[in-house]
Design a protein around this ligand. Structure first.
Ligand code: MN3
Length: 274
């Protein structure tokens, strides 16, 4: 910047001529470019070093964006499919913001919450949510909200897939028929719970000691905190649908049945009975 500064100093003492202005602009551009190059090299070096040290937990998604979570035991899991995989039912932009911004924020804030209590960071988030009363009061609300947000979304991505939908099969199908009468009766009840959740929250199909139930939870509360195993969940926060559906939550819910990954739900059902 010395060259530029001396030119500016000289120019301050003399009337501006076109030649001087052109020279100044050219030098200024050159300096900016050189600075930008230097910054890029430095950033790359820092990233490479941080990555080697394990500071930056860079996890490439199968989409086009690589998400980095800095610091802390909890990391943002990659989305298991490209952002546009659930089109036209859930749009790519919503998926990208939802995963890369919203869940990333839950992860970052969860890491902040456990920073003071390192032992909490050694446990799976399910264990923290499953025993909230054991969490120090200072961070209990943060774990409930941020930990819940992290876990709810981590399973939510897997509960959906490209060319999903249809009907469950096997034991889960039998259990749904037994409890709700039919899959379409189940869909009706689930839709009611999702539409009826006032404000932000989730609708769930849960296993309550092996018995299927439909419920909804406010905010990022997890059924795990109530001793139930979430099998299938639907995020009805506005951030999950507003770009495409605006205020039409029922339309979003109806469309979402077309992307359910029933194989994953069946797997969770099997695990919950094990
Ligand atoms: Mn969400």
């Amino acid at each position: 910047m010395l060259v530029l500064d001396s030119i500016q100093a000289r120019m301050a003492k003399m009337p501006l001529r076109h030649k001087d202005i052109a020279l100044l602009e050219r030098k200024s551009v050159m300096m900016t470019r050189r600075h930008a190059l230097k910054t890029t090299v430095l950033t790359s070096l820092v990233c490479a070093t941080a990555s080697t040290l394990g500071i930056v937990n860079a996890q490439p998604t199968t989409g086009s964006i690589t998400t980095a979570t800095v610091g802390g035991p909890f990391t943002l899991p990659p989305l298991p499919y490209p952002f546009d995989a659930l089109e036209p039912y859930i749009d790519a932009q919503t998926m990208q913001i939802h995963h890369d911004k919203h869940q990333a924020a839950y992860v970052a804030n969860l890491n902040k919450a456990v920073a003071e209590f390192p032992d909490l960071g050694k446990k799976p988030v399910e264990d923290l949510l499953g025993n909230l009363t054991a969490i120090p009061e200072k961070v209990r609300a943060a774990i409930r909200n941020q930990g819940g947000g992290h876990h709810n979304h981590s399973i939510f991505w897997q509960m959906m897939k490209k060319n999903g939908g249809g009907k469950p099969s096997g034991e889960l199908s039998k259990a749904i028929d037994k409890m709700f009468g039919s899959i379409s009766a189940f869909e009706d009840q689930f839709t009611k719970a999702a539409v009826g959740q006032f404000g932000s929250g989730w609708a769930w199909l849960v296993s309550d000691g092996g018995e299927l139930k439909i419920e909804s939870t406010p905010n990022q509360d997890s059924p795990i905190s109530e001793g139930r195993q979430p099998l299938l969940g639907l995020d009805v926060w506005e951030h999950a649908y507003y770009l495409k559906y605006q205020n039409r939550r029922p339309d979003y819910i109806g469309a979402w049945f077309n992307v359910i990954n029933w194989d994953y739900v069946a797997q969770r059902f099997q695990n919950s009975n094990a």
